[in-house]
Design a protein around this ligand. Sequence first.
Ligand code: PLP
Length: 383
Amino acid sequence: MTNSVYFDYAATTPVSPDVLKVMIPYFSEIFGNPSSIHQWGQSAEAVLEKARSRCGKVLNIPSENVIFTSGGTESDNFAMRGCAFSRRKLYGADEIVISPVEHDAVSKTAIQLRDEFGFVLKILPVDQFGMVDPDTVRNLLTKKTAIVSVIYGNNEIGTINPIAEIGRICQEQNIPFHSDAVQAAAHLPMDMVRDHLNLISIGAHKMYGPKGVGLLGLNSISDLLPVQTGGGQENHKRAGTQNIPLIIGLAEAFYLAQNNIEERNARFSYLRDRLICKILHEISGSQLTGHPTRRLPNHASFVFDGIDGNRLLMYLDARGFACSSGSACKVGSPSPSGVLLALGIQPELALGSLRITLGDKSTEMQVDALVQALAESIQRMRK
Ligand SMILES: *Cc1c(COP(=O)(O)O)cnc(C)c1O
């Protein structure tokens, strides 16, 4: 085991003991296939539908509109591809609109749809904080728009987008609106009706649930080309025998994440703001990335002048602090993050990025110790 202090909760979280406890019986005691007719199958089916109904309630959608998937990535892929192919077939809609700060699971899917399947890809502008202005969405919509996708809470820079306002504009024109809420669902109250969302991606392992499970929530949208074909599971939209223990874990983690939000966020944002204040104050050439206030309550991200972000991570790791450069998917890649470039940050500066994300175990003492280690590391690296 390690005695390193974990500050990378946006990359993944541990499964909470409460979540683990409810999952365990479903590995080997209640193990039936929910599609089977006998009692073993029926008991599995009953807990599966209970989990579905819990998730539907949290999202404010009917339970049959909850499709369980293998995680955030699959949900994003399914939303984009499923909607794009279906809308092109039905209405000749072949345009896709996304922001330039999407997770790769959305942006790479959109790029594949453009490069391999002939869709037109339109990229929304964002401001210096990586936020989408709803008015700019209206300008890009046409009768041929198949789907609009805007990330809810950004994994790299923490910025929260005005999802409900964007949703209203898409709804006025009857255009499907998707949001990747994998980060946001851990901290912000979710409601697909309030936000005028047609599709939402949720993953369990960013909110103290297990890896390898997520869901795609649907609201007032039925046409979606199944990406995975086979049996009739998940309302004929996603074939394959459901992973009951992981789904139980997802439902429990999602329910817990959506409870006591205000209390938890007050604690998180206090620690986050302390961290941001101290770093900007004590470390010269430091700059916050993402929005100063409209950001995920546990999320602080920076760039440092004249610093190699990957080297900084190694310095911090050696001092017992686990942080990230911004996106877990970019480890080992020497090119600057596209998200930071989209904010207008110079490529050289963007290479000096650091993301610090807090979790339920984070304390004020740990935060203060991290700032000290960071200041010392940067001073040493600049020599
Ligand atoms: C982690 C993450 C994903 C991918 O989810 P997985 O469950 O790891 O596949 C997608 N979008 C965002 C914003 C994320 O943070």
